[in-house]
Write a protein that binds this ligand. Structure first.
Ligand SMILES: Cc1cc2nc3c(=O)[nH]c(=O)nc-3n(C[C@H](O)[C@H](O)[C@H](O)COP(=O)(O)OP(=O)(O)OC[C@H]3O[C@@H](n4cnc5c(N)ncnc54)[C@H](O)[C@@H]3O)c2cc1C
Length: 432
């Protein structure tokens, strides 16, 4: 058994940013991160578009809008200070025909309301100056939108945490949660979560962090403690922050939070342009998204290292039998499916036919031919779906005794990670 002042569950970019922030704020505070995999930054953090969003899409005043704009600023400064790659390649959001101009107007309005730096409207000639091979009659250009390696940034956060005296314990899937009086903190934990459930991204890759054992600390002043039983032991802490991505609903309900909203996994598959066609895309080319959905649509994104990816799809994608059962038992899944069946079919088509995905991209870059792209990789988005079938748009949190749960942290949570960390740390400190 080890003790901590604060324990953070999940070593994705959000959990590590939160742990780092809490440790840096008070050097006497002992912060421990528990991670189920054998290294940090797998799952969503290691499999995404790698785009630092500028904050154009989000409803003004929403957490996504505020934390994305602030988070981008902080991330740029952080990457500069830590000498991590940060390439401002810029982004176009393209209207293909006059019918899309009202949607472009709305994004422009939102972008300005959110304070997106440098955002400007382009006509057809202007957009082709930026992306010579792109189609379209008008576009929004966001010059500050950048590309990064979020997994590398997450590893840098973990290094900061360790330097501040914190610890990341890997191979430590949390399996039991209980709040007890401090004196009773050694008695057995009873609640359980599926420890044997396989990971949705498969086995952890090589280059794993070395597991480390916890050490003693004075765990705060409260007489109540949260006890987290994990695969390799127990941690007794004054407070816990859960940043568990696709597992966040299970851990929250296990700690006594309401079941609503539930995480429904959406598979995002990508294609990669073959090397001699990469020059067709200089930066980032995005469609106008369906404003009713929290997904940005199939886009063309340049990645650090030169790859140009097409994707991701957004296919409802239970990742294993147990999760399939949980997804299908949730009433919101059925209500959502009824509402979105047309989109679901389109996305399924993308998933089963790489040629269709490439054709979708060719609407924006007409020179693209089906043979110009090859299958790349896929990530799984953890998207919260409410009981009524609504896809939860904003970042969402819930509280239980001695704990705060990040319930919905989809894109742009990687961009916003440093700002989310401040927001969560403020709440955790208030609760402590
Ligand atoms: C296809 C795709 C494209 C995206 N593109 C972008 C983009 O361009 N820009 C952007 O800003 N965002 C993007 N996102 C979103 C971004 O990747 C996520 O918002 C962000 O990574 C969320 O981080 P996280 O730490 O909350 O989750 P994760 O990275 O999923 O981390 C959760 C962690 O919790 C751990 N965990 C779970 N259960 C337990 C347990 N019981 N015990 C211990 N540990 C546990 C998991 O192993 C995992 O490491 C994209 C996401 C996807 C999937």
């Amino acid at each position: 058994m080890s003790t901590a002042d604060i324990v953070v569950v999940g070593a994705g970019i959000v959990g590590l940013a939160v742990a780092r922030e809490l440790a840096l704020r008070d050097p006497r505070r002992r912060v421990v991160v528990l991670e189920r995999e054998d290294r940090v930054g797998t799952h969503q953090t290691g499999r995404n578009s790698g785009v630092v969003h500028a904050g154009i899409y989000y409803a003004p005043g929403s957490l996504k809008a505020r934390l994305c704009v602030a988070g981008m600023r902080e991330l740029a400064a952080y990457c500069q200070a830590r000498e991590l790659e940060y390439e401002r390649c810029g982004k176009l959001i393209v209207a293909l025909d006059p019918g899309e101009l009202p949607a472009l107007d709305e994004l422009e309005r939102r972008g300005h309301a959110n304070g997106v730096p440098g955002l400007r409207r382009l006509d057809a000639a202007g957009l082709r100056e930026i992306e010579p091979h792109a189609a379209g009659i008008a576009a929004l250009h966001s010059p500050e939108t950048a590309i990064v390696d979020f997994a590398a940034i997450a590893r840098a956060y973990a290094d900061d945490l360790r330097e501040a005296g914190g610890e990341v314990v890997t191979d430590a899937a949390v399996e039991g949660i209980e709040v007890r009086a401090a004196a009773a903190a050694e008695s057995p934990v009873v609640a359980r979560v599926g420890a044997d459930e396989p990971s949705p991204v498969g086995g952890p890759p090589a280059g794993a962090d070395q597991p480390a054992a916890g050490t003693e600390s004075a765990a705060g002043a409260s007489s109540r403690r949260i006890v987290l039983r994990h695969r390799r032991g127990e941690v007794v802490a004054g407070f816990a922050v859960f940043c568990a991505g696709a597992w966040s609903d299970r851990l929250a309900t296990m700690a006594g939070a309401p079941a609503d909203p539930r995480i429904v996994p959406f598979r995002g598959s990508y294609m990669r342009l073959v090397a001699n066609r990469r020059e067709l895309v200089r930066g980032l080319i995005y469609p106008l998204p369906d404003p009713r959905l929290p997904f940005l649509g199939v886009h063309l994104t340049r990645h650090l290292g030169g790859d140009v990816l097409i994707g991701p799809t957004a296919l409802l994608a239970p990742t294993n039998g147990r999760r399939l059962g949980a997804t299908l038992r949730w009433p919101g899944t059925w209500r959502m499916a009824r509402r979105w069946w047309r989109t679901g079919l389109t996305e399924l088509h993308h998933a089963i036919s790489p040629a269709t995905l490439t054709r979708a991209a060719a609407r924006y870059v007409p020179e693209l031919q089906p043979g110009d792209a090859e299958p790349a990789w896929a990530g799984v988005r953890a998207q919260a779906v409410a009981r009524d079938g609504r896809l939860v748009d904003d970042f969402a949190f819930s509280h239980t005794e001695r704990a705060l749960h990040v319930r919905n942290a989809p894109s742009p949570a990687a961009t916003a990670s440093l700002a989310i960390a401040k927001y969560v740390a403020d709440q955790a400190e208030r609760a402590l």
